[in-house]
Design a protein around this ligand. Structure first.
Ligand code: NAD
Length: 290
C-alpha cells in the first residue's frame, strides 16, 4: 500500500465479529479509484468498549466509522447529533466526524430503498407488507415511512421482538402520521395472505431463509398470496436466492435479493464521508456479482 502517507485519513468498521466483512475491500477500492486519501480498516470492538472506540475516533481525528452488530445501539448513545431515521430507531451504522462533532446516521433503510430503486421499484405511495422486527426490519420500516410509503403491515412471531415492533409502530405513526402502520402475528397466515394480496411490495427482514439453519424455510406459507403485481424483496443475502424468492419468482413476481442492500447502505455512507458518489457499477461488478 504505497499510497498511504502521513496525511492519509482513517475510517473503520467497528463491531464484533468484523473479520468476514466486505466493507474494507469496497471502500478501499473506491478511495483508490477516486483518488481520495483515505484508508478503511476493521476493528473488533465488543459492545462494552464502544464508548472507548468512539473516544478514540475523536483522538485520532478519524473521518468516520461504520458500526455493525452488536454495537449499533451503544454507539447511538455517544453521538452529538442524529439523523432523523437514527433518532427514531435509536441505532446508528454510520458515524461522521466533523472535527470532533459526531453525527450518527443509519443507512440500512436508505440502502434497502435505493436497492429497490436500482431495480425500478419506488416506495412512495405504496403499501408494503414486511416480516420482521429486528435491526434490519426496523431500519427499513422507518425509512419506508420517511420516503412516503402509504401503508406498512408488519408481521412478527410472538417472540422477544414483538413488543418492540408494537413500540416502533407507534414511534413511526408519531413521526410520520400520514403513513398507516399495522402490526400482526406472523403465525396468522390468513391475515398475512390478505395483507400481501393488497400490497405492492413484500419484504422478508427476518432470519428465515438464511444459511445454514433456515435455508429450506420461507415466512410466506400460503403461496396464493403472491400476485403478479407484487415485488418480493429479501434482506437475507446468503443464499442470494432464498426459498421465498424462488417461490415468488415461480409465481411470476419480480424479486430483489439482499445483496444490493449491503452495497447501497455503503454507497449512502460513502457519500456522507466524502461528499462523492461511490463508483457503484464497478463495485457491483467486483464485489456483488450473483
Ligand atoms: P435481528 O436479530 O435484529 O432480528 C431477527 C428477526 O427475525 C426478528 O424479527 C425475529 O422475530 C425474527 N425471527 C427469528 N427467528 C424467527 C423464526 N424462526 N421465524 C420467524 N421469525 C424469526 O436480526 P437483523 O440484524 O435484523 O437481521 C435480520 C435479517 O436481515 C438477517 O437475515 C440478516 O442477514 C439480514 N440483514 C441484511 C442486511 C443487508 O445488507 N442485506 C443488513 C442487515 C441484516
Amino acid at each position: 500500500m504505497d499510497r498511504i502517507s502521513g496525511h492519509t485519513g482513517l475510517l473503520a468498521l467497528i463491531g464484533s465479529p468484523v473479520g468476514h466483512s466486505g466493507s474494507p475491500a469496497m471502500y478501499n477500492y473506491s478511495f483508490e479509484k477516486l483518488g481520495l486519501d483515505y484508508v478503511y480498516v476493521a476493528f473488533d470492538v465488543k459492545e462494552d468498549k464502544v464508548p472507548d472506540a468512539i473516544q478514540a475516533m475523536k483522538t485520532f481525528n478519524m473521518r468516520g466509522c461504520n458500526v455493525t452488530m452488536p454495537d449499533k445501539i451503544a454507539a447511538c448513545k455517544c453521538m452529538d447529533e442524529l439523523s432523523p431515521a437514527a433518532k427514531i430507531i435509536g441505532a446508528v451504522n454510520t458515524i461522521v466526524n466533523d472535527n470532533g462533532k459526531l453525527t450518527g446516521h443509519i443507512t440500512d433503510g436508505e440502502g434497502f430503498n435505493n436497492n429497490l430503486r436500482d431495480h425500478g421499484v419506488e416506495v412512495k405511495g405504496k403499501k408494503i407488507s414486511i416480516a420482521g422486527g429486528g435491526g434490519a426490519a426496523t431500519a427499513i420500516q422507518v425509512q419506508m415511512a420517511l420516503d412516503g410509503a402509504r401503508e406498512i403491515s408488519i408481521f412478527n412471531v410472538k417472540d422477544a421482538f414483538f413488543d418492540r415492533v408494537v413500540e416502533m409502530a407507534e414511534k413511526i405513526r408519531n413521526a410520520v402520521p400520514e403513513c398507516v402502520v399495522n402490526v400482526f402475528d406472523l403465525a396468522d397466515t390468513a391475515k398475512m395472505t390478505e395483507e400481501i394480496l393488497s400490497s405492492d411490495i413484500f419484504v422478508n427482514a427476518t432470519i428465515v431463509g438464511m444459511k445454514p439453519n433456515f435455508e429450506d424455510q420461507s415466512v410466506v406459507k400460503d403461496l396464493s398470496a403472491f400476485h403478479k403485481d407484487l415485488v418480493v424483496a429479501d434482506t437475507v443475502y446468503n443464499p442470494a436466492e432464498t426459498k421465498l424468492l424462488k417461490d415468488a419468482k415461480a409465481a411470476g413476481c419480480k424479486t430483489v435479493n439482499g445483496k444490493g442492500m449491503l452495497l447501497w447502505q455503503g454507497v449512502s455512507a460513502f457519500k456522507l464521508y466524502t461528499g462523492q458518489d461511490m463508483p457503484v457499477e464497478e463495485v457491483k461488478e467486483l464485489f456483488f456479482k450473483d
